[in-house]
Design a protein around this ligand. Structure first.
Ligand code: ATP
Length: 233
């Protein structure tokens, strides 16, 4: 579904991603792991084109996204949930979802508000509440649900477990597993190895803008030297 081919991304003169290549298959949940500043967020931004790789290709369902405006990459079926929550505080939960609605014509999954309320029961209970009245974790869930209203085929979640209460972290993991069961392809960026292992099929470790490991969590567990070198555990 997604293939990054030797992408090189920069902020000004700073060379952040170096010949980074990776693949994500349809229906997979893949975790991007790595320490602060390793390049996880830049990798996601390079997919959705908030950062434009200077060289290399981002093949998504056979199309190269490089050079498209980010809204076109989104229309092509990539949903991006940044680390900072993006909700409309003055709108209700229901209104926030309606704002995210994006009809798609190409046979992509098609979420309705009621289906999303089944997956996010907390949001269903609070559908008439204003966004700003929700906890940080609930706002994060609402951001994800609103992104799903755009009917993406690939969901990019940047550090979904960061800065939210432990009970919500558990709900977040359960939610990602439900989305996987619905057939959605998901890439998460994570510092929390425990969370990543609970939801993802595969781990990709990034350090210094390069892929240092790509394999199963079983393989990763069998290589403590990799864990110690690249992860803050
Ligand atoms: P984090 O967990 O902190 O989000 P990350 O793995 O997602 O880490 P990135 O945010 O991709 O890392 O950052 C990779 C590198 O790019 C870091 O060295 C960071 O300082 C640098 N960087 C990030 N954003 C910018 C920017 N807007 N301008 C210049 N440098 C940046």
């Amino acid at each position: 579904m997604l293939e990054l081919e030797r992408i090189n991304s920069f902020y000004g003169k700073a060379h952040i991603l170096s010949d980074l290549s990776l693949k994500v298959e349809r229906g997979e949940v893949v975790a991007l792991l790595g320490r602060n500043g390793a390049g996880k967020t830049t990798t996601m931004k390079s997919i959705i084109q908030l950062v434009r790789p200077r060289t290399g290709r981002v093949l998504f369902q056979g199309r190269d996204l490089v050079g498209m405006p980010a809204f076109r990459a989104a229309k092509a079926g990539v949903g991006y949930v940044p680390e900072e929550r993006r909700i409309f505080g003055a709108l209700t939960v229901l209104e926030n979802l309606e704002v995210g609605r994006q009809p798609r014509r190409d046979g992509a999954p098609h979420w309705t508000v009621e289906q999303l309320f089944e997956i996010f029961p907390n949001l269903a209970e609070r559908r008439r509440n204003q966004g700003k009245a929700m906890s940080g974790g609930e706002q994060q869930m609402l951001t994800i649900a609103r992104t799903l209203m755009g009917n993406p085929n690939l969901l990019l979640l940047d550090e979904p477990s960061e800065g939210i209460a432990p009970v919500i972290v558990e709900q977040m993991a359960a939610t990602i597993l439900k989305l996987k069961a619905e057939g959605l392809t998901v890439m998460i960026s994570e510092q929390n190895l425990h969370f990543a292992r609970a939801v993802a099929d595969r781990a990709i470790i990034i350090e210094g803008g390069e892929v240092k490991f790509d394999g199963s969590f079983t393989q990763l567990e069998a290589s403590p030297e990799i864990r110690d070198a690249y992860l803050a555990v």
